[in-house]
Design a protein around this ligand. Structure first.
Ligand code: ASP
Length: 310
C-alpha cells in the first residue's frame, strides 16, 4: 500500500493489518510520555481545503505521537485563497520535502489526482474528498465496533450495522459500506429516497426506508449529519419532519437491542439527526470514535511511511 485513497480498493488483509497495528499503537496513549520515535525526521503535511475539527487535529496528534514533523496548511490564510492551483500547491510541498500529504478537499477525486499526478513523491492520505470517501473515518469506525463488540481482535463477520440519514452527501457512509462489506458485516442504509445517491442499489448493502423496522436487530446504529452546506434544494419537507422519521431520539433508542452501540462521525446536529440525550447516553461511543481516530491514523502513517523498517 503506497497511498490511502479509498476503502473500495482496500483488501481484507490490508484493512485488518491497519486495525491490528492501531491496536498495538493504542498502548502508547496509556504511557506517561505518549510518543514513539518511529517517524523522526519525516514530514507530514496536513493540506485542508475544507473545514475540519476532529480529522485535522487527529492527524496532527497521530503524526506527533510518532515524532514526525507536522505542517498544517489550510486554505484560509494561504495563497490558496489567492487562487493558487492544486498543482502549484503540490509542487511547493514537494519542494519542501513532504513525506506524506493528508488532503481534505471539496472535490471528489482530489486525493486521487494528487496521488497519480506525479506532482509529489510522498504518500497521499485522503482525509475526505467531496461526497466521495473518508477512509480513515471508516477505519476508526470499524476499530470502535471491533473494540466494543468483538474484543478488539475478532472479526466483524455477521455484525448488523445500520447507517442512517444523509447518505447522498456522506463520504463517511460510502467508505463505511465498502469497508464493512470487506470485513464481513451486514450493512443497511436507512434514508429518505431523496437522500440516497443514484446507483446505490449496486452498493454491497441493503436499503430500508423505515428506521423503526431497521434498528430492532442492529448491533450498531450510525447516525449521519444532515449536510445542509452541500444542499442546494429541499431534500425533505422540514427539519421537524426529518427528525420524526429519521432522527434517533430516546424513545427510538429504547427499541435497540441492549448491546447495540450508537455512533456519529461528528459534527452533530443535536436535535436533528440525534437527540442530545442520545448523544450523551451510555451506549453512545461518539467520543471513543474520536479517541480511536488517533490510533488508526497513527497506524496508517506508520504503515505508509515505512515504519516497519524502523
Ligand atoms: N466529519 C465528517 C466528514 O468530514 C462527517 C460530516 O462532516 O458530517 O465527512
Amino acid at each position: 500500500m503506497r497511498h490511502l485513497l479509498s476503502t473500495t480498493d482496500l483488501t481484507q488483509d490490508e484493512a485488518l493489518s491497519i486495525l491490528d497495528t492501531a491496536r498495538e499503537l493504542a498502548q502508547v496513549a496509556d504511557r506517561p510520555v505518549k510518543k514513539l520515535p518511529t517517524l523522526r525526521g519525516r514530514t507530514v503535511v496536513n493540506l485542508f481545503f475544507e473545514d475540519s475539527t476532529r480529522t485535522r487535529i487527529s492527524f496532527e496528534a497521530a503524526a506527533k505521537r510518532l515524532s514526525a514533523d507536522v505542517i498544517n496548511f489550510s486554505a484560509k490564510g494561504s495563497s490558496l485563497s489567492k487562487g493558487e492551483s492544486l498543482k502549484d500547491t503540490a509542487l511547493t510541498l514537494q519542494a519542501m520535502g513532504a513525506d506524506a500529504v493528508v488532503i481534505r478537499h471539496g472535490a471528489s477525486g482530489a486525493a486521487h489526482r494528487l496521488a497519480t499526478s506525479g506532482w509529489i513523491r510522498g504518500a497521499v492520505i485522503n482525509a475526505g474528498d467531496g461526497t466521495h470517501e473518508h477512509p480513515t473515518q471508516a477505519l476508526l469506525d470499524a476499530y470502535t465496533m471491533r473494540d466494543h463488540l468483538r474484543g478488539n481482535t475478532g472479526s466483524l463477520e455477521g455484525l448488523n450495522v445500520v447507517i442512517v440519514g444523509d447518505v447522498l452527501h456522506s463520504r463517511v457512509a460510502r467508505s463505511n459500506v465498502w469497508l464493512l462489506d470487506t470485513l464481513g458485516a451486514n450493512v443497511t442504509l436507512v434514508a429518505p429516497p431523496t437522500l440516497l445517491p443514484v446507483g446505490v442499489e449496486t452498493w454491497p448493502c441493503q436499503i430500508n426506508y423505515d428506521l423503526d423496522e431497521a434498528i430492532v436487530k442492529a448491533d450498531v446504529v450510525m447516525m449521519l449529519r444532515v449536510q445542509l452546506e452541500r444542499m442546494n434544494a429541499a431534500f425533505f419537507p422540514s427539519a421537524r419532519e426529518y427528525s420524526r422519521r429519521y432522527g434517533l431520539d430516546a424513545q427510538r433508542m429504547r427499541t435497540l437491542p441492549d448491546h447495540a452501540l450508537v455512533m456519529h462521525p461528528g459534527p452533530m446536529n443535536r436535535g436533528m439527526e440525534i437527540a442530545a440525550d442520545v448523544a450523551d447516553a451510555d451506549r453512545s461511543v461518539i467520543l471513543d470514535q474520536v479517541t480511536n481516530g488517533v490510533h488508526v491514523r497513527m497506524a496508517v502513517l506508520y504503515l505508509l511511511l515505512g515504519g516497519q523498517e524502523a
